[in-house]
Design a protein around this ligand. Structure first.
Ligand code: GTP
Length: 346
């Protein structure tokens, strides 16, 4: 079975983090989002995954070394939108037969893909959309269904008081080849053009995911996705070797260095080459990216440090993201919800 992941968007809402890397390559609890997704697709029997890329497509190149599943990258010269990208990438990859998955590259979920596939086969749908409930559906595609699960209408981003249900498009689809024939060549949106038309024809079904779900496409939700992963809200393991330290737990790469007297609270992940120096306090919920560094006496909680980010001695950081090679200078107290842009010192 094949799958396609849409990874071509610019991720404008996640700037400045996405100036350098595309959103799907940002790590969630130290594992790039796309790699998490490849693992899930492999678990459900996918042998080949096509990445439909555009913005900063070179960032995905190293994934072609993957063998289980095999990874192919198809790059659009100009963004074709979510629908145009599905048509273009499936054709450029030599065609998709039968049933396949399509996943958005910015939705963190542990939805049971095997369950969705089974439901899809039971109904004989041309496509099945995973649905998830949200408090405010106005930022999403709202998907009312009949008792059999058939999608009655597909309404992209309705005003809050006009949404007929709070079940929204969760960005995970099971599709049949027949759906591809209904996508016009060129630029088109699966949410605005393809799904509304399929709903009218009665060939589109919805399947409640009943699982963890978060669109990590904004700075606050990106941080939340990391915290949720660390807190065990997804059924996914953390990377590294688990060590209990004081009252907390650290998942450490074997090359990470943690000084003996560091106070660890809750759950923390330390990637390759990361260092926490003596007298620091980390956690709850800290992610140290590769080669990141926390200095003596620093206090860091609910924070993500990306590659080679630094929190210098005695600095205090709570609920923040420090971009690649960013630095919180010695003794600084960062206001909550701060983002240190890549290569900048604050
Ligand atoms: P924002 O600019 O912050 O809205 O993010 P985005 O455009 O990256 O994401 P959006 O939520 O609009 O897109 C949903 C998914 O589709 C993401 O995984 C994007 O990477 C992907 N995507 C969006 N537009 C395109 C496109 O034109 N081509 C391809 N290949 N993928 C796309």
């Amino acid at each position: 079975m094949k799958a396609l992941i849409l990874v071509g968007g610019e991720g404008t809402r996640l700037r400045p983090l996405t100036y350098e890397r595309p959103k799907p390559m940002l790590p969630i609890a130290a594992v790039p989002f796309v790699e998490r997704t490849l693992r899930r697709l492999h678990d459900v029997g996918c042998e080949e995954v096509v990445l439909s890329a555009c913005y900063r497509s070179e960032a995905f190149d190293r994934l072609t070394e993957h063998t289980a599943p095999r990874v192919r990258i198809v790059v659009e010269e100009e963004p074709l939108g979510t629908g145009g990208a599905i048509r273009y990438a499936t054709e450029a990859a030599g065609g998709f037969d039968g049933t396949f998955f399509v996943l958005n590259g910015d939705v963190l979920t542990d939805v049971d893909l095997a369950m969705v596939l089974e439901r899809h086969r039971d109904t004989g749908a041309e496509a099945t959309i995973v649905l998830t409930p949200v408090e405010d559906p106005s930022r999403f595609g709202v998907v009312p269904t009949d008792p059999a699960g058939r999608v009655i209408r597909f309404i992209e981003k309705p005003p809050r008081d006009e949404a007929p249900t709070n079940m929204i498009n969760a960005g995970t689809y099971v599709c049949e080849q027949a759906m591809l024939e209904g996508i016009p060549a060129g630029v088109c949106s699966v949410e605005r053009d393809v799904f509304p038309r399929m709903a009218e024809s009665g060939v589109l079904y919805g399947c409640p995911g009943e699982s963890y779900w978060l669109d990590f496409g904004t700075l606050p939700t990106y941080l939340q996705a990391n915290i949720d992963c660390l807190e065990g809200r997804l059924h996914e393991p953390l990377p590294g070797i688990r060590r209990s330290v004081g009252g907390g737990h650290v998942w450490m790469d074997e090359t990470a260095q943690l000084a003996a007297d560091v106070d660890v609270v809750g759950n923390v992940v330390m990637s390759s080459g990361s260092v926490v120096e003596s007298g620091a306090r980390i956690g709850p919920s800290g992610v140290l990216g590769p080669k990141s560094h926390i200095g003596t006496g620093a206090v860091v909680s609910e924070t993500v440090l990306l590659d080679a980010a630094v929190v210098e001695r005695d600095a205090r950081v709570h609920r923040a993201i420090v971009g690649d090679r960013g630095c919180v200078c010695a003794g600084r107290r960062l206001p909550a919800d701060s983002v240190v842009p890549p290569d900048q010192s604050i």
